[in-house]
Design a protein around this ligand. Structure first.
Ligand code: DON
Length: 564
């Protein structure tokens, strides 16, 4: 959804007055602070926190809680994610609140007596639920770096759940789907009013059970979720539904502050998530490869551009499949090697400019996974920046939740490799680093990113999209840094996706010229159109004009950049 605040209106007026034919309609401008998220209501919650004197961490945490209420397909307290935080002094840190495998998990927990995965139980069953990390992560980050009282951070979400907000069309379409079928009993009732009817767009949607759950979190912080009535409710749900998360799992869950992955691109500093996300490593590898090309010969959207970007993706995703997993269980991951300029040079040298490489299908392959994650970007008046991506994995996660608690559980266990040693052409990976083990974090592709120039935030960006995330963030970074696109254009510009195997390029239909597609096919590439890649939420900062510019991807139903 487009937001046109008074600054944008003023700018538009000036541009029109000067006769400059520049559209500013899909960007928001601000000087004091900005929040971009998948829900305009949640973005406004974040901006209100900034206006109260909160910093970017406060605003990000409050926005994340609000998204649980207004954007429950992905906004969550029942899932997990990552924060990249750049402080105004230029230092960057990250928070890992990825879900963990429960203590009762094992490498073969999804297999039958023949060693085959039973149905889809690693994705859609109570056994797919990982130990949630979101509340621990938001609490840890806010307590260490936030300025406001914790209660002020959670309160807006409580108000939204208790008093309700206007039911929108995105929620309505979800409600129509879930209320019509029996498979997910919790979801069947989730969008119904007290008379058992589906709420209509424009009506007020209240979530009183969720409000109560959030009140425990407001009062007791982390312990309000991992101990006491909410923890009891979670464990009761697990016992009733053959889930395996226990009190001990909840008590033992810790969010972890980690050093960021750091790379450079032509003088810019690029900060993103380290493992257990593969995002930072793979994106930096790709940027390092593209940096070696002669940009003059690679116009955006040209055949050379798509070829180079796809070949960089193929190589980085091959490394990802082979090496990536939870660093705490794989202490020897070759991270420094993978993000080194030397490694990029070797990979770059192997690109044939006349024809597509062939992915070695004897190794690993990967599937497009999931459809519900959400990203938010925040910049405050002091130059603190937050890039936060969190997820339930599928849209509405496991589609299971506790009626008493009012929230949905993730199905993140599906991000582990389900069959040790078994790699299939359909996309299943069997490599060691991402096999299931008790208390291990499953590998992620989430890529919350901050690009800095001269120690100050220059671009704050991230996206949902399963394994496409790394690629859509990478291409948006490239569009801003290399092709000087303004943020809304960079977000809406052509995106492609190659993940080594299956050996094909997905591209957003109608954004790639047919001539380019034919030229790429002649080089040996296989191209497959898809309706959309990425739901990017970005902010750029121009230090000379002291201007923040933000945009939410047009493919986000209710998203918005809100500034002040
Ligand atoms: O952590 C991951 O990489 C996945 N669970 C993310 C899933 C996702 O982005 C689905 N959303 N569109």
């Amino acid at each position: 959804m487009m937001i046109l605040n008074y600054r944008a209106t003023f700018t538009l007026f000036i541009l029109l007055f000067l006769g400059i034919n520049t559209s500013v309609f899909s960007q928001t401008y601000a000087r004091n602070g900005m929040v971009v998220s998948d829900s305009e209501i949640a973005s406004q919650v974040g901006v209100d926190i900034l206006k109260k004197g909160g910093n970017a961490i406060d605003a990000a945490a409050a926005t994340a809680f609000a998204l649980q209420v207004t954007h429950p397909t992905a906004g969550n307290i029942g899932g997990g994610g990552f924060i990249v935080f750049m402080k105004s002094d230029g230092n960057v840190t990250t928070f890992d609140f990825r879900e963990k495998a429960p203590l009762a998990a094992s490498p073969d927990m999804y297999l039958d007596e023949n060693g085959e995965v039973i149905g889809n139980i690693n994705h859609l069953s109570s056994k797919a639920i990982g130990v949630p990390g979101t509340v621990a992560g938001l609490y840890k980050a806010q307590q260490k770096y936030g300025k406001l009282d914790w209660k002020e951070i959670v309160q807006p979400a409580i108000d939204l759940a208790k008093d309700g907000f206007e039911f929108n069309w995105s929620l309505y379409f979800s409600g129509r789907y879930f209320s019509a079928q029996e498979t997910f009993p919790f979801m069947k009732n989730y969008f119904l009013n007290a008379s058992g009817e589906l709420i209509q767009p424009g009506e007020t949607w209240k979530q009183p059970e969720l409000a109560t759950t959030l009140t425990y979190i407001r009062e007791n912080g982390r312990d309000g979720f991992y101990k006491g009535p909410v923890a009891d409710g979670i464990v009761e749900f697990m016992k009733e539904n053959e889930g395996i998360v226990t009190h001990e799992d909840l008590l033992k869950y810790e969010a972890i502050e980690r050093n960021p992955m750091h790379g450079t691109y032509k003088g810019y500093d690029v900060y993103s998530m380290p493992p257990p996300s593969s995002g930072g490593v793979a994106m930096i590898e790709m940027l390092n490869m593209v940096e070696l090309a002669d940009a003059e010969t690679i116009p955006f959207n040209s055949t050379n551009y798509v070829h180079l970007v796809a070949e960089a993706m193929r190589r980085a995703y091959a490394d990802r499949a082979e090496h990536m997993g939870d660093i705490d269980f794989n202490p020897d991951l070759p991270l420094d090697h993978l993000i080194s300029k030397e490694h990029a040079q070797n990979l770059f040298n192997s690109i044939d400019w006349q024809k597509a490489s062939v992915s070695d299908s004897s190794k690993f392959s990967q599937l497009y996974d999931g459809e519900s994650t959400t990203h938010l970007s925040v910049l405050d008046k002091d130059g603190n920046a937050v890039s936060l991506t969190y997820t339930l994995e599928f849209g509405y996660g496991s589609r299971m939740g506790s009626e008493k608690l009012g929230f949905i559980f993730n199905n993140e266990m599906g991000d582990f490799n389900p069959q040790p040693g078994v790699t299939k052409r359909n996309g299943q990976i069997g490599s060691d680093p991402n096999q299931i083990a008790p208390e291990k974090r499953m590998l992620s592709s989430m890529t919350p990113t901050i690009v800095a120039k001269d120690g100050k935030p220059y671009l704050v960006i991230g996206s949902p999209g399963g394994r496409t995330i790394i690629n859509t963030v990478f291409q948006t970074v490239l569009a801003v840094l290399e092709y000087n696109m303004r943020i809304d254009r960079a977000i809406s510009a052509l995106k492609i996706h190659h993940q080594w195997l299956p050996d094909r390029i997905l591209y957003e239909e109608n954004t790639l010229s047919p001539d380019t597609r034919i030229a790429l096919e002649a080089m040996g590439h296989t191209l497959v159109p898809v309706s959309n890649l990425g739901v990017l939420m970005g902010i750029t900062y121009d230090p000379e004009q002291q201007l923040m510019t933000g945009a939410a991807d047009a493919s986000s139903g209710e998203g918005a950049a809100v500034g002040y």
